[in-house]
Design a protein around this ligand. Structure first.
Ligand SMILES: NC(=O)NCCC[C@H](N)C(=O)O
Length: 335
């Protein structure tokens, strides 16, 4: 047969013989492991963390000039250069690094593989909050588009890092989208939420929703309150069906939606340090949290079977972000 077959037929029959179908889909574990080396990605916010992305604050912090005091609001910043420091005091860099190092050590002690962002530069002083320039979904990352000038460009450093690690990038937000990962949260493996506001617009949410739709995940888009920048200041999943919330930062309709989804909630009180919402679930019902929870809230956590480790993080928080903001889990166990 092949003796007399025309070359075109041989070519086409070979193509047909070696064709590979689209299913199983890109995000399936076997496909990822075979072609990308690991099952990168997450589809929940509480499964045991295996791999995480962080950035130790470093030379970029030198952009902060304590002489640039903004007296009218009691903080520091330079409108021309775009940097801002959201507190009335600037801690020594060594103190921020010490707290960050202790957090990294606590994660490593749990067996978490910690990766660091390559090439942070340009005085991008918020780069230690790796939560924001990317979102991890099933099978890889969505690179965001930051909603403040000094943070725009963190996307490039993160993209280089993802490439070095071999992590698929499923989408880079484009057009007029604004999106920061701190305003994205998984509620369960079929439902996620984005808080829209001054840093995240509906176009950003829609571009993320497109990626998630292909994974069979529904994305809720809610409005944040006032100038709140991220939903992770008011909402945190801490177990498969349990969230820590600040009701003052969330619309009533979202609190009702959580009930529909059978998510139980623990509400913080004004006496709690608000940064406790910005904790990290390292496994179902296991938190790393900053200081400042009231006994009332700790008792409630304990009554719901939650365990926690407390780390000092006040110096890191002075730059405007907390424990949750300082991490992006790259791989979590399924729940
Ligand atoms: N997820 C977060 O809340 N990230 C920290 C935000 C850092 C800082 N306040 C900012 O303005 O970007």
């Amino acid at each position: 047969m092949t003796d007399s077959a025309p070359p075109g037929w041989i070519y086409n029959e070979t193509v047909r013989m070696f064709a590979t179908p689209g299913d199983p889909p890109f995000e399936s574990r076997d496909e990822l492991v075979r072609h990308w080396g690991r099952a990168w990605g997450v589809d929940n916010d509480v499964g045991a963390i295996r791999s995480i992305l962080m950035h130790r604050p470093g030379p970029e912090m030198a952009v902060v000039d304590p002489a640039k005091r903004i007296e009218s609001i009691g903080s520091f910043g330079d409108l021309e250069k775009g940097w801002y420091f959201q507190s009335d005091s600037v801690p020594p860099l060594s103190e921020m690094q010490e707290q960050h190092d202790a957090f990294v050590a606590a994660l490593k002690a749990r067996g978490v593989e910690v990766h660091f962002v390559d090439g942070v530069d340009g005085g991008r002083l918020k780069s230690c909050y790796t939560r924001d320039p990317l979102i991890m979904v099933k099978g890889g990352a969505i690179v965001c588009r930051m909603g403040t000038r000094i943070r725009r460009g963190e996307e490039l450093a993160v993209t280089r890092t993802l490439a070095r690690l071999g992590i698929p990038i499923l989408r880079t937000l484009s057009g007029s989208a604004l999106m920061e990962g701190g305003s994205f949260a998984w509620i369960n493996p079929k439902t996620a939420v984005i808080g829209c506001g001054i840093r995240v617009n509906r176009e950003g949410a829609e571009q993320v929703a497109e990626v998630l739709r292909r994974q069979g995940v529904e994305l809720l888009a809610i409005d944040l309150v006032g100038y709140d920048i991220h939903i992770d200041g008011s909402f945190l999943m801490i177990d498969r069906d349990l969230a820590l919330v600040d009701p003052f930062g969330l619309p009533f309709s979202f609190l009702e939606k959580l009930k529909d989804l059978r998510i139980r909630t623990i509400e913080i009180t004004p006496a709690d340090n608000k940064w406790i919402i910005n904790s990290l679930a390292v496994a179902p019902g296991e938190l790393i949290m900053p200081e400042g929870a009231t006994n009332r809230t700790l008792d409630s956590l304990a009554a719901h079977g939650v365990r926690w480790t407390v780390l000092p993080y006040a110096a890191m928080q002075l730059n405007g972000g907390g424990i949750h903001c300082s991490t992006t889990p790259l791989i979590r166990d399924e729940i």
